[in-house]
Ligand binder design. Sequence first.
Ligand SMILES: Nc1ncnc2c1ncn2[C@@H]1O[C@H](COP(=O)(O)OP(=O)(O)OP(=O)(O)O)[C@@H](O)[C@H]1O
Ligand SMILES: [Mg+2]
Length: 270
Amino acid sequence: MSELIVEFNNVSVAFDDKTVLQDISFAIHAGEFWGILGPNGSGKTTLLKTLIGLIKPCSGTVRLFGKDPSQPSRERSKIGYVSQQNQTDPNFPLSVLDVVLLGRAGKIGLGRRPKAHDKSAAREALQKVDMEAFAKQRFGDLSGGQKQRVLIARALAVQPQLLLLDEPTSALDVNASESFYDWLDSMRRQLNLTVVMVSHDIGVVSSFITKVACLNKTLVAHGVPDKVFTTDTLSAMYGCDAVLFHHGKIPHMVVAKATHEQNEERDTRD
Ligand SMILES: Nc1ncnc2c1ncn2[C@@H]1O[C@H](COP(=O)(O)OP(=O)(O)OP(=O)(O)O)[C@@H](O)[C@H]1O
Ligand SMILES: [Mg+2]
């Protein structure tokens, strides 16, 4: 079995007494490509933030490279994190290279200027995402897909082993999303990265990921996609009737409208 990278043991997270994640246990090993799926508000972003120690669980334990992620440690530099994006301001004044250098802020130190080796690490990261030619261009002028690659370069600028992506294709159309996943998959193989990606694209994602976690406050199911993607699992995850059908090897899902009882049950959930 390859190296254990992340371990959740009976982890629960609450905000102001409201439980958002409940009794989550799973493990991520080196080289895996995880997809985290779940409806809006199901706790996906909270799970990623708990994994990197930005949020502390109210019970249970999280281990990242064998350590408690909420305590400062060297292990932090083994993680690249691309957070969930809102629309980026088109007038964002920084160059592409500046944006990537922001990823090294922790290494450069507060108020210090980047050194030559920081700039070469940033250029190397841009090379990895095929965006080196854009280094001097204004970040705000790039297309959605190009911006997403640059944000990944920013995460790669610390040379991480684990890359976390929170809905990286939310600003992309279907075609751009598919080629983005293609590219991401070949990049992670080349760089030998472990990847955890939050996504809504169940069909597209399932052709690339090696493991999936279906979340709706609890971990409804997790494991290899073939075993996890069943009509029952998806209905439990979305809290309403879901029908799963396959087009070749690719699963597609149709979600039926929630019944009145299901809506009431959801409204009364804590
Ligand atoms: N800092 C916070 N304080 C209070 N409540 C929070 C906080 N962060 C998240 N929540 C709540 O926790 C729940 C899960 O939020 P989270 O952002 O993890 O969902 P998500 O699955 O990422 O949703 P989406 O698909 O919309 O991004 C939501 O009900 C949200 O309102
Ligand atoms: Mg989210």
